[in-house]
Every structure is written in structure tokens, then in C-alpha cells.
Design a binder for this molecule. Sequence first.
Ligand code: ADP
Length: 160
Amino acid sequence: MQIGIYPGSFDPVTNGHIDIIKRSAKLVDVLIVAILQNNKKTSLFTMEERIKLIEESCKDIENIQIETFSGLLVDFAKEKNANLIIRGLRALTDFEYEFQMAQMNKHLHNDMETIFLVTDVKYSFLSSSAIKEVASFGGSVCDFVPEIVAEKTLEKYKGE
Ligand code: ADP
């Protein structure tokens, strides 16, 4: 059984992430969407909120599991019997970091392969940070994220 793992912060999940989730779920038997608990980064949404938003947004995908992890991705992947890491590439600027991480992960765990899915051009400018920035100024983000995510993101900034 091929278990793939798609790690990220998903703070919050965007249509770009969902596109990668849908496409990679077709390539593996089970896709684990793994949300990184990073204490060094302040997040807008709690882990529970991020799980809920991904669950709501990916209801129709049958072979995904949503999990959280902290520490080394390769350790978590091993624990889950996953040997395929999936990452999305938006632009050349993503490449250098992703290339380094893929090589580091391969060095740490030789069986671990990383595959990159190239973003659909309509999502190439989308990032969670851009969503937060637009929403923080009261702008509409409903073209870029599922309705529930747009609603919850705007709510976060209301009353600030
Ligand atoms: P991280 O903090 O790990 O970069 P993100 O949640 O921002 O977490 O992204 C998780 C993964 O999704 C990364 O591989 C990133 O390149 C990819 N990704 C983010 N936005 C998009 C997008 N619009 N299209 C395709 N891939 C994306």
C-alpha cells in the first residue's frame, strides 16, 4: 500500500493546497495531510481550527487522513509507514528551499522520496500569507479559499 504525506502549515488551507491534495490523493492509496505544529511560528488558526477547515474543504476526498505532527517530518512519516512526501511548487522561488529539504530528508531516511506537483497556473500566486494579508485589510478572499475558510479568516480580523 502506498501511503503519501503532504505536509504544511495550512494556516489556512487555500484552493492551491486543495488542488494539490486532490491531485496527489489520486496517486496514492492513502494521503496523510500533515499539519506542522511549529512553536516558532505564530499562527492565525489553532491546530483544531486548521484540521476542521481542511476536513470541511476536502469532504469529498475519500482516501485522506488529516493529522498533526511536530518535530522531524521523516520521523513522523516513518511512524505512519509513509515513504512518499508530496510538495507543491508555485514558482522558482519555492524551488531552492524545497530542493534542500528533499535532499535533507533523503539523507535522513534513504527510502524517503519527495515528489513535486506543479501548481495549476490559476493558483500560482496563492499563499496562506497572501490570504491573511488581504483579509486583514477587510478584502474579499472568497475567490482563493473555500467559503468556510473565507468566513473564518475574515472573522479573525474583525474587531481588531
Ligand atoms: P509550509 O510552511 O510548509 O510552506 P504551506 O502550508 O505554506 O506550508 O504549504 C504547504 C505546501 O503546499 C508546500 O509544498 C507549498 O509549496 C505548497 N503550496 C502552497 N500554496 C500552494 C499553491 N498555491 N499551489 C501549489 N502548492 C502550494
